[in-house]
Design a protein. Structure first.
Length: 244
């Protein structure tokens, strides 16, 4: 259910405002859930829809960038833009444009390697850039830091448990019997595209069963539990971001 200014709105009432088929696809999905999605204005709804579309675009671009998967220990980045810290994180070098630096990961992906959680952070920062523009992005993230789930306070992320998966959501596959020799495969963070398609750095764009089969090959000897898709959903706080 969708509410705008506390009034229930049906998808057919939004056709004149939402011009892109991808927007209507997400709105129609929202309408099928018992969850209520609250907005102060149609513009706030439009911002979230566009951010979700931008998240999927960023995920596809990162998947095509030739950036490699590795653990924090072996993480690398383009030294022209980033300090590679001892924990495997990347800190923006002084004097560089944050927007130019984050897009360099797409442009020169072969110079980068990182694990899946940093991959998701990169996707969400790029989606933010696409959604608010380079001037505001550079102002907000002038000391951009890429590391695991450590997001800047100006990119607030919240998590909830539920089944109302929407295109552009970040979802999580858990692998409870992961191999101690490969602990980085204890989970896989993914961007959901809808229609049983997910992007995860290190596995690419795959359906759920393919990702689960992959993770099941990364388990300890004599495993008891299969990998599975969790009910955990991670989302940017779109209302806050729309104020930018």
């Amino acid at each position: 259910m969708i509410k705008i200014n506390n009034v229930v709105v049906k998808p057919k009432e939004l056709v004149k405002d939402l011009k892109k088929p991808e927007q209507m696809l997400i709105v129609n999905q929202m309408d099928t859930y018992s969850e209520t999605y609250h907005y102060f204005s149609i513009q706030q709804l439009e911002f979230e829809l566009q951010f979700r579309i931008n998240t999927m675009q960023a995920a596809r671009e990162l998947n095509s960038s030739k950036a490699k998967f590795t653990t924090f220990t072996y993480a690398i980045a383009n030294k022209n833009y980033w300090y590679r810290l001892g924990n495997g994180g990347f800190l923006l070098r002084e004097g560089n444009s944050p927007s130019r630096a984050i897009l360099d990961i797409l442009k020169n992906g072969s110079l980068y390697a990182f694990e899946c959680s940093t991959g998701i952070a990169i996707v969400l920062y790029i989606a933010t850039l696409y959604s608010i523009g380079s001037a505001k992005f550079d102002y907000l993230f002038n000391r951009l830091y890429l590391m695991d789930w450590q997001f800047d306070e100006d990119l607030p992320i919240y998590q909830k448990y539920g089944d109302d998966f929407l295109p552009g959501d970040v979802l999580h596959f858990n692998n409870p019997d992961f191999s101690p020799r490969e602990p980085h495969w204890r989970a896989e963070n993914v961007v959901y595209f809808g229609d049983d398609q997910y992007y995860g750095h290190g596995v690419g764009i795959r359906n759920a069963s393919t990702i689960i089969d992959f993770l099941n090959k990364k388990r300890r000897p004599n495993p008891q539990l299969s990998a599975y898709l969790m009910r955990l959903i991670s989302r940017p706080h779109y209302h806050t971001l729309s104020s930018y």
